[in-house]
Ligand binder design. Sequence first.
Ligand code: SAH
Ligand code: MG
Length: 225
Amino acid sequence: MAKERTQFLSGYLADVFAKEDPQLASLMSRAVAEGLPDISVSPETGKLLSILARLAGGHGGARQAVEVGTLGGYSAIWLVRGMAPGGKLTTIELNPKHADFAAREFARAGVSARIQIRRGPAIEQLKVMAKTMPPSSIDLLFLDAVKTEYSEYFAIMRPLIRANGLVIADNILGSKTWWMDDAPGTSADRDAVDQFNRMVAADVGFESVGIPVGHGILVARKIGT
Ligand code: SAH
Ligand code: MG
């Protein structure tokens, strides 16, 4: 698909389905002005995250969710707005500047009490969470940090996902620097995400689908009761 058409369709979807409030509409331009990279999910992807957070777990919205890769808090605000009233989101961020910016945005959005930022490398933080949280206690896991680490994030957190819980991953078809139709071997991220997609698709404990919205979203539902 031509780049112009992709951009038009993204703008159309955002305009028709994913109206942002004034804070979200300005969040990423304010973040970029402070030196953060312009790599948040798109508005239409954010809206999808919000609806999935409302559906995850099958009890009126996710009560416990985990995000890997906070950046400026854009996707986290969409997510938490879809979660059950009082539901808690933990979001992991390595870069202190990004975490500080996101903390201010969470306060401004009135959701600070519902979002905990865990600062540090994702794998280390997830391992701590996997040790301290009970099995089957997470309704939604959203992966959006280091693409070559997605498979490890999934492996660490898999036992913590409850039946009907969702694992969601961003950038399963591309990013600003690569697309899945690039030749294998040209991008470590591309190859790692390809492997991750195929691994989740083959996991008999989940049913999964890839959705070509934004840079591509994987949605995997944990099977069971
Ligand atoms: N989910 C965000 C975008 C995340 S961008 C949104 O859509 O709004 C990826 C983020 O992961 C960046 O902020 C980056 O600093 C962070 N990151 C990079 N390496 C990391 C690591 N090893 N552990 C945790 N976070 C990391
Ligand atoms: Mg992303």
